[in-house]
Design a protein around this ligand. Structure first.
Ligand SMILES: NC(=O)c1ccc[n+]([C@@H]2O[C@H](COP(=O)([O-])OP(=O)(O)OC[C@H]3O[C@@H](n4cnc5c(N)ncnc54)[C@H](OP(=O)(O)O)[C@@H]3O)[C@@H](O)[C@H]2O)c1
Length: 292
């Protein structure tokens, strides 16, 4: 049996969080646009997240836009001392249609975004602020990172993270300012973020896989699910729990952020931290998708 090597992680050397966080994005309207329709239910769920011991919540200004950060503030402010909230800036969205999502790196825009996220969340300093995308081409990537570094120097941001960047961008950013975390699409069925997982393992940054359980989203979901099912049966667990437990075993710096609107799923997702996979099970899941 191979237990996950750590039960907590440290972000940027001074923020300690539990290994399974919570992704708040689902608490918005359809297609991540507008308000979450069950306002009171969303508040109750966020409070249940914290009551269950979760110490890391992932959000972004573009979730809603804005309504997700505001819901978090309404549910949880004043925040418990041990709660770390990560938010992101650098995407604009022109309407309900996902195709209107656009990456923006203009320094003044990023500055405004970080200031407004802090205001919406009700904090003087944002624990972890991600550049949401490496795709903006209106200004050089280095300038975008330098903007975040300046915001950190000014105290508005405590730590800097990078979302969905390439390995080259991650390495370039490290030459400008310390990068405390990276987040990318990575799960049992899709390994798009593997370069960042490897790079962060070396630097000591946290790697936060998004869509950590969405094995049905792409690749070959039937095959992946069929491979996870016998492992789930061995542990009296669900396929989703095994998909989550695998992240914790995959590398010591992973911080999956499962999202749910269901109290029952919240409970079972967090219980995945108690599952100890065998080294054979870990290898079986890792080998499902080539990573080289
Ligand atoms: N950086 C980025 O670009 C980026 C992009 C996307 C997402 N994210 C972040 O990553 C977080 C996670 O992504 P996500 O919320 O889309 O995907 P996810 O956590 O992989 O999966 C969420 C979906 O799985 C269902 N689910 C959750 N727990 C379950 C369980 N135990 N059993 C069965 N179904 C379950 C949810 O439905 P129920 O509500 O019914 O449970 C929901 O449909 C987001 O909340 C967001 O914070 C970041």
């Amino acid at each position: 049996m191979t237990a996950p090597t750590t039960s907590t992680l440290t972000i940027g050397g001074d923020l300690t969080v539990g290994r399974i966080g919570f992704g708040a994005m689902q608490l918005t309207g359809k297609q991540v646009w507008g308000e979450y329709p069950d306002h009171d239910g969303g508040i109750a769920l966020l409070r249940a997240v914290v009551d269950a011991g979760v110490t890391f919540i992932d959000t972004a200004d573009v979730y809603g836009p804005h309504s997700n950060e505001l819901l978090i503030r309404k549910a949880l402010h004043p925040y418990p001392d041990n709660l770390v909230i990560a938010t992101k800036g650098g995407f604009v969205r022109g309407g309900y249609d996902y195709s209107t999502l656009d990456a923006v790196g203009n320094p003044n825009y990023l500055r405004q975004s970080a200031n407004m996220s802090a205001r919406r969340l009700g904090v003087d300093s944002i624990d972890l602020y991600y550049l949401h995308s490496g795709q903006a081409t209106d200004v050089p990537f280095e300038e975008q990172v330098a903007t975040l570094a300046a915001l950190k120097d000014e105290g508005l941001i405590r730590h800097i993270g990078l979302s969905n960047v390439t390995l080259e961008q991650f390495e370039l950013a490290q030459t400008i300012t310390p990068i405390a975390a990276a987040t990318a699409l990575y799960n049992a069925g899709i390994r798009r973020g593997v370069d960042l997982l490897r790079a962060t393992e070396k630097t000591g940054a946290v790697f936060s896989p998004w869509h950590p359980m969405s094995i049905a989203d792409g690749g070959d979901p039937e095959r992946i699910t069929a491979a996870l099912e016998p492992i789930a049966q061995n542990h009296g667990a669900t396929v989703q729990q095994i998909a989550l437990a695998w992240h914790l075993h995959r590398a010591p710096n992973t911080l999956p952020i499962p999202g749910t609107t269901s109290l029952e799923h919240l409970r079972t997702n967090l219980a995945a931290a108690q599952i100890t996979l065998t080294s054979e099970e870990i290898s079986t899941i890792t080998a499902l998708v080539p990573e080289d």
